[in-house]
Design a binder for this molecule. Structure first.
Ligand SMILES: [Cu+2]
Length: 394
């Protein structure tokens, strides 16, 4: 058995004048050896005692006990063509991709119990190596967790089919004494186990979602949407027509229907889930390139923060954007798309539908097939827009 130990360099010898009794260093070395032997023995006992794996600390420092707990289900959803689709949900019935947006306040500790309802058959179909174990997990960015909540095979923190496991996230606050920066920000969570050691198949099947950590005093949005930019020119694993399923007569806000009333503060959690670079661009709106997407009036640094309407997104990146819907531009169908042209041309484009204050789309702005007309279709079934006069985007 080997014990990991940082190899410390010997301290510089102190001037002889200060240390007349030189032989002490030999005794000190003996003491260190004895301590290492002791630690190794204690460590071995600890390993034997920890039934769940190598790592026994359940919660990160600062989280005495969880302030809140919730249940999360990983389930199999209807296939998209031949693609297996999985989703996280607060109930099995409401699972979706992206999964539910988690929200925490700095200082809060959250316990999430993940129930794996995905069958072994499905997980076996997704794995690339038959030796890889079957399971799903919950791995999070940005906040604090111990190895028990890492959501990896290596730390044995995943959930076999039919099982459940509790993951603990700690939204550590700023520490002005140590200089630790806190965890406020726009993050995401995802599987890290399905198919292989990095959960690539879990991610591309739908096991991901957004996480917002707020700092007390942060502006609170009226609506939050997750836009995960992924491979094959997808937004939330959809492209072209499928990215926008809003029913014009009765739009229901959701992963595939981005809708708001004029004047509402709309927040986007933007995540890069695949292998490509993308950009997040929203027509008619702009935001400050800060942690929250906003700058308070009168802040001395206001002019040093750029106002932007397009932001680059790399794999694994995440950021937040807050805009006031329709501000000075009014209701309408505002395109949201990747500005790498061959991506948007292939369907990496959806719409933010801004209704008026009463929740109506003003007359003359009827819009029956929002994503198709401008985005085009990646396959050969594209058709020309026949009611071009009704479209408002220029
Ligand atoms: Cu792109």
């Amino acid at each position: 058995m080997s014990a990991w130990r940082l190899a410390e360099t010997d301290p510089l010898p102190e001037p002889d004048a200060a240390r007349p009794d030189r032989p002490r260093s030999g005794a000190r070395r003996l003491l260190v050896v004895a301590a290492v032997v002791l630690l190794t023995l204690v460590g071995a006992g600890g390993l034997a005692a920890a039934g769940t794996g190598m790592f026994s600390a359940e919660r990160p420092e600062g989280c005495v006990k969880p302030d809140r707990s919730l249940q999360l289900y990983a389930v199999e959803l209807p296939k998209d063509g031949t693609q297996i689709r999985l989703g996280y949900g607060l109930t099995p019935e409401t699972a979706s991709y992206p999964g539910p947006t988690m929200e925490m306040m700095e200082g809060e500790c959250l316990a999430i119990t993940l129930h794996n309802q995905v069958s072994a058959e499905t997980l076996a179909a997704l794995r690339t190596n038959p030796a890889h174990p079957l399971g799903v997990s919950l791995h999070v960015h940005g906040v604090k967790y111990t190895q028990q909540s890492d959501g990896t095979v290596q730390s044995e923190s995943f959930v076999p089919p039919g099982g459940s496991r509790t993951y603990t996230w700690y939204a550590a606050p700023r520490n002005n004494r140590t200089g630790a920066q806190g965890t406020a920000g726009y993050w995401w969570y995802h599987d890290h186990v399905v198919g292989g050691p990095h959960g690539t198949q879990g991610l591309s099947s739908g096991l991901f979602g957004g996480l917002v950590v707020r700092r007390p005093g942060d502006p609170k949005p009226d609506r939050t949407y997750v836009t995960a930019f992924g491979d094959r020119q997808s937004i939330n694993l959809r492209r072209g027509e499928a990215t926008d399923t809003c029913d014009a007569a009765n739009p229901q806000p959701g992963p595939t229907c981005l809708v708001a009333r004029k004047g509402e503060r709309v927040e986007f959690v933007v995540v890069g889930i695949g292998n490509d670079m993308h950009t997040f661009h929203l027509h008619g709106h702009s935001w400050a390139d800060t942690r929250t997407g906003m700058v308070s009036n009168g802040q001395p640094f206001a002019d040093s923060v750029p106002i932007i309407d397009n932001k680059t997104l790399g794999p694994g990146d995440s950021f937040g954007v807050q805009v006031v819907a329709g501000d000075s531009v009014g209701p309408g169908h505002w395109m949201l798309h990747c500005h790498m042209q061959f991506h948007s041309d292939a369907g990496m484009s959806t719409m933010l539908h801004v209704l008026d204050e009463n929740g109506q789309m003003p007359p003359g702005m009827d819009h029956q097939h929002p994503a198709v007309a401008d985005a085009g279709q990646p396959t050969g079934d594209s058709q020309p827009a026949t009611d071009g006069g009704a479209h408002q985007h220029g």
